[in-house]
Design a protein. Structure first.
Ligand code: GDP
Ligand code: GDP
Length: 439
């Protein structure tokens, strides 16, 4: 599981600046998709080959008793509780404030690992920018400039090293049983996740579940259907009680993100009897960024009039247009309708996500795309694409080799992606393109 870093601090110390620096999307194709709204509080980062999750707890206000600030404080507490490391940011230009002390007291009580970080330190001496903060009793502060990037890399490496050591101590890494396609069922509370799980696995003898002894309390549920093996992984907030699965925890974005990244295929569950919400769109955004294969299931389709059904379909087209690469099924988890087709699409999405695309076939498809439409010049430079090979699976990564490929425009990349998708029938999986210029 990816280590989780929470950014904590009073307003204006630079949390969102640091968040943006850490999560800056590596994938322009994802960044530009129309309709995709990002959740600016949760993101994925990567240093070298080490991925991690970052939470920006903007609006830290631990004293409020009610209202929106109280809500935010609850979210902050949940984020801190779920983090491996808390990065507590203070402002080196403003110096120590009473608010910083309040936060320190709160963090101390949580027992989390805290790294005290002095931001806005560019052009300042370590001793002068940190002098104020020793009073907090958190040892030698780290010093960074989120805006300029100074010290950020080292900070993250230390945070990850710490998270790694800490994990190794109190949590044995679970080696998941190799049991078919790994599926995560995600969606906001009450869309019908536990009902769907019960429909899928309820009547079967479940071989192993509720792996005890881990702080993160993960579950893996192998099951079979139509003679095929699957494993449900880590579905956030769902636990087995006796013979049935129930939603027992409040919604956790972190757990949702973790399950998505551990899965081969994600089933995004939506509720046909409710409007598609911002939370649905955010979850969809996480799936897209993760690169996992996806099937959309619109649940509670039973009992809707045909007008209502049309309404739902329009709502989907309008709000989740960026998921059009995935198959959508209209199902009733309660009545069990549409589930077999849903699982067929899960199989198909997995097959597409793990397809073997040979260099000759990819190169031929590339040549066809170029013959139909050449990439435009950028200034006096014309990009020259020569051949393509597969750089990875789940999601398929197509690496294109040639010269001056930095001049290939985003619309042209999307055109290429569409062409590869159609040629190789890559339904249900994102496709990533990488451009590699020879010299
Ligand atoms: P947040 O409220 O904690 O999320 O803070 P923001 O990230 O919105 O930053 C607050 C202000 O501080 C903005 O005007 C930023 O441009 C500025 N800021 C953030 N990081 C730095 C830094 O490293 N150096 C300087 N000089 N300003 C910074
Ligand atoms: P979760 O929070 O996502 O796990 O949602 P649950 O599975 O607990 O379902 C929330 C509510 O929706 C429960 O009252 C279910 O009985 C109901 N529900 C789930 N699936 C369906 C469905 O297909 N049709 C209808 N009408 N209700 C459903």
């Amino acid at each position: 599981m990816k280590p989780v870093i929470a950014l904590v601090g009073r307003p204006n110390v630079g949390k969102s600046t640091l968040f943006n620096r850490l999560t800056r999307s590596r994938d322009a194709l994802v960044a530009d998709l129309p309709g995709l709204t990002r959740d600016r509080h949760y993101g994925e980062g990567r240093i070298g080959d080490r991925p991690f999750l970052v939470i920006d707890t903007g609006g830290f206000e631990p004293v409020a008793k009610e209202g929106i600030m109280h809500e935010m404080a609850l979210q902050t507490r949940q984020a801190v509780a779920e983090a491996d490391v808390v990065v507590f940011i203070v402002d080196g230009r403003q110096g120590l404030t009473p608010h910083d002390k309040t936060i320190t007291d709160y963090l101390r009580k949580t027992g989390r690992k805290v790294m005290l970080v002095v931001n806005k330190s560019e052009g300042m001496k370590y001793t002068s920018v940190t002098a104020d903060f020793y009073e907090l009793g958190m040892g030698d502060p780290y010093v960074i400039s989120a805006a300029h990037g100074d010290g950020v890399h080292d900070l993250v490496v230390e945070a990850l090293d710490f998270a790694f050591e800490n994990r190794a101590e109190d949590e044995e890494e679970l080696e998941p049983a190799d049991h078919g396609i790994k599926i995560a069922i995600v969606g906001r509370p009450n869309v019908g996740k536990s009902t769907l799980i019960n429909t899928l696995v309820g009547e079967q003898r479940v071989i192993a579940f509720d792996m005890p002894g881990t702080t993160r309390d993960s579950i893996e549920v192998p099951f079979e259907r139509d003679g095929k093996s699957y494993t449900l992984i880590d579905t956030a907030g769902i636990r087995r009680r006796g013979k049935i699965f129930e939603a027992i925890e409040k919604f956790s974005v972190v757990k949702t993100m973790q399950s998505i990244s551990d899965a081969n295929v994600v089933i995004l569950l939506l509720d046909a009897q409710q409007d598609i919400s911002e939370q649905d769109a955010h979850i969809a955004g996480f799936i897209l960024e993760s690169g996992r294969a996806l099937v959309v299931a619109v649940n509670k389709w039973d009992g809707l009039t045909s007008d209502q059904r049309d309404q739902v379909k329009m709502d989907l087209d309008r709000k989740l247009d960026f998921l059009s690469f995935a198959k959508t099924h209209f199902v009733s988890a309660l009545k069990g309708t549409g589930i077999s087709q849903l699982m067929k699409s899960v199989d198909a999405a997995y097959a597409a996500a793990t397809a073997n695309l040979s260099t000759p076939r990819l190169t031929r498809a590339l040549q066809e795309a170029i013959e139909k439409q050449e990439p435009k010049r950028k200034g006096s430079v014309r990009p020259k694409m020569r051949y393509a090979h597969q750089g990875g699976q789940n999601p398929p990564i197509i690496v294109i080799h040639g010269n001056a490929l930095e001049a290939v425009s985003d619309p042209y990349k999307r055109y290429l992606e569409k062409h590869f998708r159609e040629t190789f029938n890559l339904v249900g999986t994102p496709v990533r393109l990488e451009m590699r210029t020879g010299k």
